[in-house]
Design a protein around this ligand. Sequence first.
Ligand code: VGL
Ligand code: ZN
Length: 198
Amino acid sequence: MTRALIVIDVQNDFCPGGALAVTEGDLIVPGINELMADFDAVILTQDWHPAGHSSFASSHDRRAPMEMIEMPYGPQVLWPDHCIQGSHGALFHPDLTVDRADLIIRKGHNPAIDSYSAFFENDHQTPTGLEGYLRTRGIEDLTMVGLATDFCVNFSAVDAAKLGFRVTVREDLCRGIDLNGSMAAAHAGMAEAGVILA
Ligand code: VGL
Ligand code: ZN
């Protein structure tokens, strides 16, 4: 079976000192680098928003980061400005081994739709193209690591399981944001979808 490691959003803005810092986000980098040798393919995802993206609180009147709003595709958390295309914050953590990557998939570039998942934008319909890439390479088994456990890792893992991939999330190589119980909800959702939590 062809196995891929999918490294989700290990970018400066999600690490300590970044705009949307995840506690200990940088601590997972050495373990992820080591794990790369065990896989047939390594795929990195990169959150990649245009300035003024609709998921930013700053794009809405009188809204603060971490508030919720209703978007045409459903409820959306408003985030601080982060991972703006071409910015330092959007770059991968400097210690991440990017040379081993076969594919880098960028997401969140549509100004009107956020994209947590590596497979679909938050409308759950617009594909990123990753499914086609994996299927045409005959990859059926995915291991996911990265940031943040409760948002982009969670959405990517659940979508992959629904698409029929065998999915393992290495929780020791993920870190979460934990906004209003989102970690517990993510665990329950991933387990329910058949994701293996290791
Ligand atoms: C993420 C919030 C906004 C993530 C991305 O990578 O989990 N979270 N954009
Ligand atoms: Zn984002």
